[in-house]
Design a protein around this ligand. Structure first.
Ligand SMILES: C[S@@+](CC[C@H](N)C(=O)[O-])C[C@H]1O[C@@H](n2cnc3c(N)ncnc32)[C@H](O)[C@@H]1O
Length: 227
């Protein structure tokens, strides 16, 4: 199975196949709801893989100071006012500053290459204040194991279809089609299902302390940076 990431549709795509125009137009869909009570205890947040800043905008509205990191200048060009932009691969990030909260959303932790997952966690660790919190969102493992090709669902004006799905053990490759306001975008990617224990072990290896799981499906992990 190939780990190739690609995308198609109007406008440019990032190296991992995300469409800038799609993310520019997608509304905020409540992704941070489960962690907001904990997140707002931290005055400043570093989001790794921020895209156009959909989640950054919500964090700014919550009163947080936000820095967003992405490797795509085309994504960063759409960041909301007041968000500090950093163009970098997460793997190479070395800002020499630390934040009380670091966020890795959008299932980036489920990257199919174990070495990439490790460097993502390491980047979070070296930018986190001792005693700070790392917020990490994993894919719903059950969904990855059971989703079938066809219409997946619609929410907030966006319709989702899986055009192709291949499974090999914990690894799932799929091509998703997004439809919004008469436009269509495609995203092909491979992701690896990760249990709570697997994410915890990944984080422990970098030095993180205990992880608690938030949300009804326990998909948001909050791990402490050991003081
Ligand atoms: C699915 S989009 C999500 C963006 C944002 N978190 C949101 O929810 O709207 C993933 C973003 O992560 C960025 N990204 C993926 N891998 C990256 C890496 N290794 N280094 C920097 N940015 C990365 C992509 O360029 C893309 O903008």
């Amino acid at each position: 199975m190939s780990h190739g990431f690609s995308g198609a549709g109007e406008g440019p795509q990032t190296p991992d196949g995300c469409s800038v125009e799609l993310y520019r137009r997608l509304p905020y869909m409540g992704e941070l709801e489960a962690i907001e009570p904990v997140l707002i205890e931290h005055p400043a947040v570093l989001e790794l893989g921020c895209g156009t800043g959909r989640l950054c905008a919500r964090m700014v509205a919550l009163g947080l100071r936000v820095t967003g990191v992405d490797e795509s200048t085309e994504m960063l060009a759409h960041l909301p006012a007041g968000v500090e932009a950093v163009c970098s691969k997460i793997e190479a990030l070395a800002l020499g500053r630390r934040w009380p909260a670091v966020l890795l959303a959008s299932h980036l932790v489920n990257h199919p290459e174990p070495a990439v997952r490790e460097v993502f966690a390491a980047a979070a660790w070296r930018h986190l204040t001792p005693g700070g919190c790392f917020f990490v969102k994993r894919h719903d493992t059950r969904w990855l194991q059971t989703v079938q090709a066809g219409f997946i669902g619609a929410a907030h004006g966006v319709a989702y279809h899986a055009e192709q799905i291949e499974r090999r053990g914990a690894e799932v490759s799929m091509r998703l089609r997004y439809e919004l306001d008469g436009s269509r975008w495609w995203h092909s990617f491979t992701t690896t299902a990760m249990s709570e224990a697997e994410v915890e072990s990944l984080l422990r290896a970098q030095g993180f302390g205990a992880c608690r799981w938030l949300g009804d499906k326990r998909l948001w992990g909050v791990a402490g940076g050991v003081a």
